[in-house]
Design a protein around this ligand. Structure first.
Ligand SMILES: [Zn+2]
Ligand SMILES: [Zn+2]
Length: 246
């Protein structure tokens, strides 16, 4: 029975990926439309992250009159300069991302990567001086990457690179340790663990955008930005598909 289910799931995965490679059906509502991925109604209905902290993009429950900082950024100012995450990590974004990452349905990530590419292009038009010199995908430990089959941050970086014409690097920052067990540790201990997990291998260019799929606590982004700035980077942004509420 399990074998049959596995076969069914494999066929479904291949069908989804094939369907998305051709114009046709919306992956969320199944409506027919001229395009790929999400139809315009489903695209408009995505949970966009309009109300957010101006630095870490934490979703805010209220609409501030001007751009504000969240309590965490006020209390512990992060090393990154800003986070760009156009979406909130809630339905259907959470389902799409989890199937993109864990079920090898890589085509399900495409519409969300396109939303991020659109957001980033607007940001670079408004602030051309902030154009990064390089995109750095958040590194995954090689053993984990082998198990999963790919690093989604690299997949996103590759697509963004093609879209905005900025090169990407998988060698500037390496992950030398698998994700340590973080439960039961306090904030300082978690950050210290993460600092030891990454290594900057050379002198970084002045402006960097770290690429990830989801920003959750922001701890990884904080540590990567801190290490890159210590190594000589001047401006570090974080670009991700979605942001969790906390
Ligand atoms: Zn739709
Ligand atoms: Zn914040």
């Amino acid at each position: 029975m399990i074998k049959r289910l596995k076969l069914l799931s494999t066929q479904f995965i291949s069908k989804v990926n094939r369907t998305l490679s051709l114009p046709g059906q919306c992956i969320a509502c199944c409506a027919s439309f001229q395009g790929r991925g999400l139809c315009s109604r489903c695209l408009d209905a995505l949970p966009y992250n309009w109300q957010r902290c101006r630095q870490c993009a934490l979703p805010l429950a209220f609409a501030p009159a001007k751009l504000v900082l969240c309590g965490e950024c006020l209390k512990h100012p992060p090393a990154f300069d800003r986070v760009i995450t156009p979406l909130r990590y809630q339905f259907p974004v959470n389902r799409l991302i989890s199937r993109y990452k864990y079920s090898h349905q890589r085509a399900l990530g495409r519409p969300l990567i396109n939303v991020l590419a659109h957001e980033v292009s607007g940001h670079l038009i408004r602030s051309p001086t902030l154009r990064p010199d390089i995109l750095v995908p958040s590194p995954m430990h090689p053993a984990k990457q082998r198990k999963r089959g790919f690093n989604q941050a690299e997949d996103i970086a590759e697509h963004l690179s093609l879209s905005i014409g900025v090169p990407w690097s998988v060698t500037l920052v390496k992950r030398q340790r698998a994700g340590p067990a973080q439960s039961g540790l306090n904030r300082q201990q978690r950050l210290a663990n993460l600092r030891e997990a990454f290594e900057v291998t050379g002198r970084p260019p002045p402006r960097i955008a770290i690429i990830d799929d989801v920003v959750t606590t922001g701890a990884t982004a904080r540590v990567l930005a801190e290490l890159l700035k210590t190594a000589g980077a001047l401006e570090v942004e974080v670009w991700a598909l979605a942001r969790t509420p906390g």
